[in-house]
Design a protein around this ligand. Structure first.
Ligand code: ZN
Ligand code: ZN
Ligand code: FE
Length: 762
């Protein structure tokens, strides 16, 4: 070995930009006395380095073993080259390459170093609400274009002051090339507005906001990916007033507490939940509420769980800082009217939120992309998403195979879209329910933005079978306009495929898919929703499903569990007797109309929906007759289930039809016998677990398939999930559940993407 040593060229791909990777490499190489350079390119990070071979080996080990906290190395390729003759190690300017792409970092919650500086009176960013560094701060929400440099972010309008510039340019500084770097001298600032008047700036604005919250006021607060509406969660008047103004029915409000210690007074927090709460993504985590909590009942009506998050920006920390008389817990619900997307631009927020808020806490850092808070809980020991958005999007899901550049438009409700290329599937942030123009605009601009960021020009478009869904219409239009092939994917097939992709399984990996949800158009024109499928990403077969039941009034039945219960009774041939809660709940006139509707099959499409069966059972047992949001009746049924109960009732299975009639009859008989609702709820759940196991065994004996994938919104039911998994496992099945995307329709775009890609593979 010569004394000059060897040369090496290294290409690292993954999340390696905007995460302090170059200064990390610079400092490492300098410490090891290696020479050469590092630079960002559109492939990732490229390095040329020279030195003794043993040191080069150490260099590689150190990169692999201790990369910067926010980095994710997807691949590292190293090849020997001639030593480059450089004397020192340097950081070179970025090198764009057309057609390539690099992942964009999601937003990152405030890091411990910044948090310490925020509360250090000697620090020049003491109490500065926009403190951030290479390891934390806004990313996806402020990025307008790539490469990720300050002029391509919403920080472009803020000129760095000399102190910030020094930090930005010093490879030894924690803020080296931190694009959103700012300080009180040069960065964004806060102000407080009421009825169009600015009442206070900076710290005064913060204190005024705290004073209003302490006094029971409702504020609109501009955050990272949009506006929140905030109030004291322990003040019942404030909570009820917010609910009234927001017209938010009974849907639970998200809450924020200062720290884990405070949270432990209100909720049970397991070790796994604590880790998720404190993770850099800081999602809203669903937790079991403690009996002694002071949080107002109106924050989450009829729910034993609360959705709570910890502060994820410096502004949140300052806002929630413990103080005499200051609320321990704030409601921090998305700033919108029920059903509308969250507001994210100042003027739009002033207009839409003025009737809802007593004042506005605003700042002048623009939000480029509207991103809602993520929601997750711990299931079987690991995170399980209800909504994957802030902190996670736009991290790609890695696919086990390469796919052509494509766009999948996603579902109508809980919409996400998915752009994919090579082995990356970029599942978007949560777009929402596609029921209004605002949401449609957010969907369209989101697609344009992500196509630009990731250099994806779709050559293929995927969408649902349902012709009236707004995402389907977008897909149809665009495919026609751009002469692109369009693949229509059945909703539950998309669920199955999404669960395969989520678990890293290849597209030709056949499984049993239990796709249980509220709604999805079937290939026979029926409204499916309890689909026992077999198949892979290319094809599927429907093996079992619930007996078709009329859905009176179509999708409107979602809000009317009582009507759904009546339809199930009618279908089961059980008379509408006066002591049955849904019968008692509906006026005689409505019952007559309903009966005519069912008998003459008027506006009552057939459905095999599992979600609607849960609704019907909830109504039958007298738990909920009217729902203010989808899934409410089912959630309240689940909440009652007594885990100590063991009995179950038999469904009848004939051919591929699973008939709930005997279960309904048995539940009603036992209800009349005075068995408690908790036991009846548990028995219904166990009956379902049992029929699922039975059906899976039949499918296994026919097909040899031994793996089961669980997808669909019904699997958000923890009682059902946590009893189904061990039951199936005891019988020797391997069970896959969602891990990276939610089981609900937020996963549909991923499923459509992999089905579409498989359909054209040669
Ligand atoms: Zn930081
Ligand atoms: Zn500055
Ligand atoms: Fe679904």
């Amino acid at each position: 070995m010569s004394t000059e040593g060897l040369g090496m060229r290294i290409v690292i791909r993954g999340i390696v930009q905007g995460v302090g990777f170059r200064p990390f490499i610079y400092n490492l190489a300098t410490r090891l006395h290696l020479s050469g350079w590092v630079q960002n390119s559109s492939r990732g990070v490229e390095i040329e380095v020279s030195g003794p071979s043993a040191t080069l080996a150490d260099f590689l080990d150190e990169i692999k073993q201790h990369p910067p906290v926010l980095a994710r190395i997807d691949s590292l390729e190293a090849q020997s080259i001639a030593p480059n003759g450089a004397v020192e190690f340097s950081i070179r300017e970025s090198l764009p390459q057309p057609g390539e792409f690099i992942p964009v970092s999601p937003d990152v919650s405030i890091c411990p170093d910044c948090q310490r500086e925020l509360f250090d009176p000697a620090d020049r960013r003491y109490r500065y609400p926009f403190i951030n560094c290479t390891n934390c701060g806004p990313r996806f929400t402020i990025i307008q274009d790539i490469p990720y440099d300050r002029p391509n972010t919403t920080m472009a309008g803020f000129r760095l002051c000399p102190d910030c510039r020094r930090e930005y340019e010093d490879p030894g500084d924690r803020r080296f090339h931190a694009q959103p770097i700012a300080c009180p001298q040069c960065g964004p600032h806060l102000w407080f507005e009421q009825e169009g008047q600015v009442l206070a700036h900076r710290e005064d604005a913060l204190q005024l906001a705290r004073q209003k919250l302490r006094g029971g006021g409702i504020l609109a607060i501009k955050g990272l990916g949009g506006f929140h509406l905030a109030c004291d969660a322990s003040n019942p008047q404030a909570v009820d007033e917010l609910r009234r103004r927001k017209r938010r029915s009974d849907k639970p409000f998200a809450l924020m507490v200062y720290d884990l210690q405070t949270l432990s007074r209100h909720c049970q927090v397991s070790a796994a939940e604590a880790i998720l709460l404190q993770s850099r993504q800081r999602p809203i985590v669903l937790l079991d509420r403690k009996p002694g909590s002071t949080i107002a009942a109106g924050a989450a009506p009829h729910q034993p769980t609360l959705g709570v998050m910890l502060p994820y920006t410096p502004l949140h920390l300052l806002l929630l800082e413990p103080g005499p008389g200051f609320p321990e817990v704030l409601v921090m619900t998305s700033g919108n009217l029920s059903e509308e997307p969250i507001a994210f631009q100042d003027d739009e927020a002033r207009q839409r939120l003025s009737p809802l808020a007593d004042g506005f806490l605003l700042h002048d850092r623009p939000i480029h992309t509207r991103v809602d808070d993520s929601v997750a809980r711990i299931a079987s020991g690991t995170p399980y998403f209800i909504r994957r958005s802030r902190g996670y999007a736009p991290d790609p899901i890695r696919l086990p195979v390469n796919v052509p550049p494509l766009l999948a438009a996603g579902a109508e409700l809980k919409n996400t879209f998915c752009l994919a290329r090579q082995n990356y599937a970029f599942v978007s942030h949560h777009i929402g329910d596609m029921e209004n123009r605002e949401t449609l605009r957010s969907f369209e601009t989101g697609i344009e933005h992500m196509e630009r960021l990731f250099h994806i020009q779709p050559e293929l478009i995927a969408c649902d079978l349902h012709p009236d869904y707004l995402p389907t219409r977008y897909a149809l239009d665009r495919a026609e306009r751009q002469h692109l092939p369009l693949i229509r994917v059945q909703h539950h097939h998309a669920h199955l495929a999404a669960c395969l992709a989520d678990n890293g399984l290849p597209p030709d990996h056949a499984v049993i898919g239990l796709c249980f949800d509220g709604t999805g158009l079937g290939t026979d024109g029926g409204i499916w929703g309890s689909e026992f499928l077999t198949g892979d990403c290319t094809t599927f077969q429907r093996r079992f499903h619930l007996a078709y039941t009329p859905l009176p009034g179509g999708e409107a039945a979602i809000r009317r569990p009582a009507r759904m219960a009546m339809a199930h009774l009618w279908q089961a041939g059980i008379p509408w007797e006066a002591d049955l809660p849904p019968v008692a709940a509906l006026p005689a006139q409505e019952r007559r109309v309903l009966q005519a509707q069912l008998e003459h099959n008027l506006n009552a499409p057939p459905t095999s929906s599992m979600g609607r069966l849960f609704d019907a059972i909830s109504a039958l047992l007298g738990i909920r007759q009217e729902a203010t949001y989808e899934g409410q009746a089912a959630m309240e049924l689940e909440a009652l289930a007594d885990p100590d109960e063991t009995r179950e009732y038999p469904f009848s299975i004939q051919g591929q039809i699973i008939d709930p009639a005997p279960v309904l009859a048995a539940l009603l008989a036992d209800r009349r016998r005075g068995i408690s609702l908790s036991r009846l709820s548990a028995r219904f759940h166990y009956s379902l677990v049992s029929v699922v196991a039975q059906a899976c065994q039949t499918i296994r004996s026919e097909t040899g398939l031994n793996e089961v994938a669980l997808s669909g919104g019904v699997w958000q039911n923890r009682f059902l999930l946590e009893h189904t998994i061990p039951t199936l496992e005891k019988q020797g099945f391997a069970v896959y559940i969602h891990r990276q995307v939610p089981p609900n329709d937020g996963c549909i775009s991923l499923g459509q993407a992999v089905v579409a890609a498989s359909s054209i593979r040669i």
